[in-house]
Design a protein around this ligand. Structure first.
Ligand SMILES: [Zn+2]
Length: 90
């Protein structure tokens, strides 16, 4: 939770409120308005937490793909050897 600053749409006084608030009442003129969350996200070009999460997901995905590839590779070799041995060593 952190404080964000926005201007009142009625009297343009700057208001501070926590970022999890959905509605704000202006303390100067009493205007009640809703907070637009998308607006705040646009001003944040880089979110280190989201970046870390994405890096982790990509890393785990890469690991998963490698393990699947390894299993397929070992299966392939096993099948190849079975067929090879049956064909030439009977
Ligand atoms: Zn106001």
């Amino acid at each position: 939770m952190k404080l964000i600053e926005k201007k009142c749409p009625n009297c343009s006084a700057s208001l501070k409120f926590s970022d999890d608030a959905n509605e704000v009442t202006c303390e100067y003129c009493g205007t009640y308005f809703q907070v637009e969350k998308e607006d705040e996200d646009k001003h944040k070009p880089y979110d280190p937490e989201a970046f870390k999460l994405h890096a982790k997901v990509i890393k785990n995905l890469g690991k998963g793909i490698f393990i699947i590839w390894l299993i397929m590779f070992l299966f392939g070799i096993t099948f190849f050897l079975i067929i090879f041995l049956r064909f030439f060593l009977r």
